[in-house]
Ligand binder design. Sequence first.
Ligand SMILES: [Zn+2]
Length: 447
Amino acid sequence: MKRLIEGIRIWDGADRLIEDGAILIDGDTIEAVLRHGEALSSYELPPSVERIDGVRKLAIPGLINAHTHLYSSLARGMALPGYSPQTFTQILEQLWWRLDKALDAEMVRVSALVGAMEAARCGVTTLIDHHASPHAIPGSLTSLRQAVCEKVGLRGAFCYELSDRDGTAIRDEGIEENLEFLSRDDPKDTMSGALFGLHASFTLSDDSLAKVAERIPEGAGAHIHVAEGPEDEDQCQTEHGVRIVERLRRFNLLRERSVLAHCLHINEEEKDMVADSKAIVVHNPRSNMNNAVGVFDMDGFLDRGITVGLGTDGLGANMLTELFTAGILQKVSTGNSLTAGFGDLQKIMFDNNPQIASRLLGAQVGRIAPGYEADIALFDYNPPTPIDAANVLGHLLFGIAGHDMRVSDLIVSGRSVIKDGHFTNLDEDALYAHAREQAAALWARIS
Ligand SMILES: [Zn+2]
């Protein structure tokens, strides 16, 4: 199957912007990217080629959310009587751990569906998810994969967030779910990947981490929250006499494929240790601001050459507004309007996030260039000012993010997920109506 997007403005994700160009897709791969007037004659174009009108649209590489929680999708608007957290741990206790305990298998499935659909509308083609549903663990990761990858059509890496907080029987189910899903991960399948999920150091005993260290496959990565709130480091030093990153190192969890989310309260030595390990660090600015847990040391991580990615932590799905926030958070916190410039932000979103997706899924993504996977987001965007490869970040942040624009079309692995503003294979209204019913049932369990 071949697709041809014509008459389109294309940013390749790096240093090339083409006016009135064309993208030829062959199967799951980009075959050619043509400038205006460049002939298609050297390419084989069957009569069945699907033509997509790209006039007044901007094509960018599909976006990647490097840390999210699809299970939070049904929390939007939920009332929580008596909610008055004073600490980050109390936010978890009074909100997220009440919510995840109430999820059943159908709610998990529906959360993933609507979460992935909203991500798709924001131009996201890959989700790296961290899942919790302590009373519906077995099969939950397969259910997520089916919802995200098969039903909606996005790429995803999945794991179950292991924790001691619900007792050893549920902890053991979490270990088995991670191992079972990892064992069925097909390295040739670039749509889906697997990690070993852990909640955070402060909810995991040495006994639990020892079990993980013993059984996690060689080469597999862990996905864990690290020092999101200050109490994670405090508890680690009090209970275990070490800091978190050292504790993870001792249990052999600092790996090239490991995802360390947040890392707000780790010290300079720990940052060095993360750099040495080549582990991935994912920044989630809006979640950190919403939980009032602290500010990420963006320069400290980037200067060490650490692969810093960007995620939403489940707070929304819009990666471009998340990137915008990442920039202004650094500016306001340092008092320096020049910090977190377009270069750093472009690196995080358009170099590092694709590198993370490549490392975890084996998919070559992040560029609109021949040979890359055809993961492409199209925005209806008619720029009111000149646009080129040097200023495209300004257009993405102040135009598309600033006006909260959604994609007109989304292509993942060469398949059309959204076309002319509509999902090609989903009845969005029916799924949302079902999600509202499931959310009401979930809220009734919690209140
Ligand atoms: Zn998280």
